[in-house]
Design a protein around this ligand. Structure first.
Ligand code: ADP
Ligand code: MG
Length: 419
């Protein structure tokens, strides 16, 4: 006779999607050495599928039977999870599909979400196989939390669902330009950052946003930079990743820099500060990471390699972006627009200060300390209109078309396995 299913707990069934090209290309090896032995021990049943090309995972999750799985876990970097999330949102039954718990076991070079999950779980900051092991343990524990998604619309009308960041400027440039150093693993970002700092570009833009109005949070507090970012070379190697790491540790922030002069004369609108890192709502309330940097040099056009086509997604599905007017129409009066004032001139900020700023971000200490160059604004929606003719925009580290872009948060739309 069979044991009644009510007496015998059913093992969880996970779909494991592995990108053999992620990171240094050793995801499969790490899977066999670290991942499979532990999850087998934890009585999780799984199907391991290797992706064969870009968009393979995205297409695959569009046709799976949701009933057959308890979760979809990527063994890769953030990019593969981005495919999974967007694939689920492309389904006619997106409303159910996006509730499928998703997880990530960091085997890519950009592992920002895993870093944030690790942080959220209370572990010390970790990288490499230490981070991977923590995430495997959290996966085995299997707690699922709601995670916000940000609906991002680009100028051609393409729509993406983002869980990490929308980046323009320094961050996205490094992310994309450093693709050519992919064989270095995470160190590619160090090299990319150093190259970028050495030939700093300027970026002009106009930012509009609908602030979160929350009476419980203090308003009008500025945030500054710690003068001493004494970090180990190891930590340094993740310089620019930190912004994305904040994506969930500090929640998502609109962050931008403006001239210290404007800041000091108090022309800024009121800003709210971020809650402390690791606050219980960390996975639940989203903000945006927006980075833009300029100096007083002549504006330069970017000439960057474009060996990878920006992905095109056309979501006919998904929740309505009820806060967003069409991109060719002005934003509502309730929005804050930072126009010519928001010319992203960092008058007076030296390159050293810039590096220090990134180092502070690495530690997460730039929130809650005083820095005239970084301002965090919790928002519900935003629009960015780049005024520099050429440039790079990324959504979750994946390049999207350059031009005006706008976004709205959808709270708790997805579910993340976060231990
Ligand atoms: P990394 O953090 O190393 O960049 P990602 O998970 O972000 O790793 O993946 C990088 C890119 O590789 C993503 O754009 C993803 O769509 C793509 N990709 C996934 N599977 C494959 C494959 N088999 N071959 C080539 N590219 C792939
Ligand atoms: Mg990536």
């Amino acid at each position: 006779t069979e044991i009644s299913p009510t007496l015998q707990p059913k093992p969880r069934r996970l779909m494991l999607l592995l990108n053999p090209c992620g990171g240094r290309g050793n995801a499969l090896q790490q899977c066999h050495t670290h991942i499979l032995p532990i999850i087998t021990e934890a009585d999780i049943s799984y199907n391991l599928i290797q992706t064969e090309r870009q968009n393979h995972a995205r297409e695959l999750v569009q046709s799976i039977n949701l009933e057959e799985w308890d979760g979809i876990v990527v063994i890769s970097g953030d990019g593969l999870l981005f495919e999974v999330v967007n694939g689920l949102m492309e389904r006619p039954d997106w409303e159910d599909a996006i509730k499928m718990p998703v997880g990530i076991l960091p085997c890519g070079s950009g592992n920002a979400l895993a870093g944030a999950i690790n942080y959220n779980a209370g572990f010390d900051q970790a990288m490499g196989s230490e981070l991977l092991l923590n995430c495997i343990l959290l996966l085995c524990r299997g707690t699922v939390m709601p995670m916000d998604l940000v609906s991002v619309t680009t100028c051609s009308g393409a729509r993406f669902f983002s869980f990490l960041s929308v980046a323009w400027g320094f961050i996205s440039d490094v992310d994309i330009e450093s693709e050519k150093y992919r064989h270095m693993g995470s160190a590619r970002f160090t090299v990319g950052t150093m190259v970028r700092v050495a030939s700093l570009r300027t970026y002009r833009g106009r930012l509009s946003y609908l602030p979160v109005l929350d009476a419980h949070r203090p308003i009008s507090r500025s945030i500054t930079l710690s003068p001493n970012g004494n970090l180990s070379p190891l930590k340094r190697s993740q310089l620019h990743r930190t912004i994305s790491d904040m994506g969930l540790c500090e929640e998502r922030n609109v962050m931008y820099k403006r001239s210290s002069a404007a800041f000091e004369t108090g022309e800024l609108p009121s800003f709210e500060t971020s809650p402390s890192p690791g606050s219980p709502t960390a996975l639940h309330t989203s903000r945006f990471t927006f980075d833009s940097i300029s100096d007083d040099q002549m504006q330069q056009d970017l000439s960057v390699p474009n060996d990878k086509e920006p992905p095109t997604h056309n979501h006919v599905n998904g929740p309505e972006d009820d806060l967003l007017p069409p991109l060719n129409q002005p934003v509502p009066k309730s929005w804050v627009t930072v126009e010519e004032d928001f010319v992203l001139v960092l008058a007076g900020i030296s390159r050293t200060a810039l590096v220090r700023l990134f180092l502070a971000m690495e530690k997460g200490t730039h929130v809650g300390i005083e820095c005239p160059y970084v301002v965090h604004v919790p928002v519900r929606a935003f629009r960015l209109e780049p005024l520099t003719r050429k440039g790079i925009l990324t959504v979750d580290g994946e390049r999207v078309e350059y031009g005006p872009i706008q976004a709205q948060i959808h709270q708790g739309l997805s579910n993340i396995i976060s231990g």
